[in-house]
Design a protein around this ligand. Structure first.
Ligand SMILES: [Zn+2]
Length: 271
């Protein structure tokens, strides 16, 4: 597995994406997830510079799409805006990254099945447009941390299965959403088994993982914590990933970003 940070590492004096890529390399890390979470503001010219630098330094980049996406919004305009944001992310992010992570939406007043169908059908429209534009990206729906958000494990895998996608597995979100479960070698293994069963071995050989410590309550995730300050059993997770011969990228979202990413990478190399 490759290890990296969600956004520019804290220790990077240069806070730009280019600065972040250089810092990732200096730290001996492998990857960075570029944050378009507050909108796609990067210009094409900059995206090309980002692509060239990442290639030169051997840093693998992914993108996190804007938070303001709800493919199950009640108003048609909000759905259209969500589709447009996904396409914008693919257009600019696709210049330097393959994997694009996004949160599909909220249930609002819909039944789970109703939300699933609307999200699937609206996502299909976005995928068709991305295909028509010839963009070589993989849109990855993420397992989310709050029960009001679409993104349980089962529905995320089903969405991937029906549309031919791969997921972003945020283990900490699942742990928070399940209020403390999904925190042992056995549970991590059974989840990896489920991914293999639903999406095939290829999905395990091309995983995109998010991880951090996490504080949670009745409404799911509250805030991210550093791994050692949380109850999350990250060594068990790494061991399960190793035993399943998982390949792909682990993006760390702890407040201390690179510290936890470096710690995980060291453990990974030892086990
Ligand atoms: Zn996310």
């Amino acid at each position: 597995m490759k290890f990296g940070t969600a956004g520019v590492p804290n220790s990077s004096k240069d806070r730009s994406t280019l600065g972040g890529i250089r810092t990732i390399k200096e730290l001996g890390l492998d990857a960075m997830e570029v944050q378009f979470v507050r909108g796609v503001k990067m210009k094409r010219e900059m995206a090309e510079k980002v692509r060239d630098l990442a290639k030169e330094l051997g840093v693998e980049l992914s993108v996190h799409a804007p938070y303001y996406i709800n493919l199950n919004a009640e108003e048609g305009r909000k759905v259209e805006d969500s589709i447009r944001r996904l396409i914008e992310t693919a257009k600019i992010g696709g210049i330097f990254a393959k994997n694009i992570v996004f949160h599909p939406g909220y249930y609002l007043k819909s039944s789970k099945e109703g939300a699933f169908r609307r999200i699937r059908d609206n996502l299909r429209r976005a995928l068709e447009e991305i295909e028509r534009l010839g963009l070589k990206v993989e849109l990855r729906p993420e397992t989310t941390g709050k029960p009001t958000q679409f993104g349980e494990v089962e529905e995320t895998l089903r969405l991937c299965q029906e549309l031919g996608l791969k997921p972003c597995i945020d283990f900490s979100h699942i742990h928070a959403r399940m209020r403390g479960a999904m925190n042992s070698y056995e549970e991590f293994s059974s989840l990896l088994e489920m991914i293999e069963r639903v999406l095939g071995k290829d999905a395990i050989r091309d995983l995109h993982v998010h991880v951090s410590g996490i504080e949670y309550g009745l409404k799911g995730e509250k805030r991210h914590l550093n791994l050692k300050e949380s109850d999350f059993r990250f060594e068990d997770l790494l061991r399960a990933l190793k035993d399943f011969k998982a390949k792909g990228i682990v993006i760390v979202e702890s407040p201390n970003l690179e510290e936890d990413a470096i710690m995980l990478k060291r453990i990974w190399q030892k086990i």
